[in-house]
Design a protein around this ligand. Sequence first.
Ligand SMILES: [Zn+2]
Length: 198
Amino acid sequence: MHALIIVDVQYDFLSGGALAVPHGDEVITVINRIQEDYDLVVATQDWHPVGHKSFASVHPGMRPFDVIELAGQEQVLWPDHCVQGTAGARLSDQLDPCRIEAIFRKGTELDIDSYSGFFDNGKRKNTGLAGYLRDREVSVVSVCGLAADYCVYFTAMDALQLGFDTHIIEDAVRAIDGTAYAVKRAAFLQQGGKLFGE
Ligand SMILES: [Zn+2]
């Protein structure tokens, strides 16, 4: 079984959103087209409580994209984004939802961030995604969505570590910082990850 994991195609990461990824909207058409190529399609959704510690606004004197230490991890501070129940946290209406069998929410713990769809950044809490994929006898996963240098990358790296044959679909990801993504992509490839064309 080959699963497609659609990462965080949410309004706050799209044009006009609180943390818009450059050209992020371009992934949606590709993702809609390729969904039919997979045995199983799941999605992740960044889903933060109000006042989440990854928000610069809760740290006096800090601004978005400053870096602090949080829960023992290096933490980039973000604009408030994907707050539970807000319009910005919704999956895009442009994303075809029909084949998405399950949505895994992450970032729900107030004091730790979660880039990966599998675990928070400290690997304290498991979202259940790995167990779900194993129960469905998935052995290969392809990862797409936003943003390539954060949630896509960390989801893909965890998938590799969990033993899935893992691909990143480059036509269906966009990065916040393309230079940072290039470094991370090299690390992913070195760990045995693969890139997938359209
Ligand atoms: Zn977030």
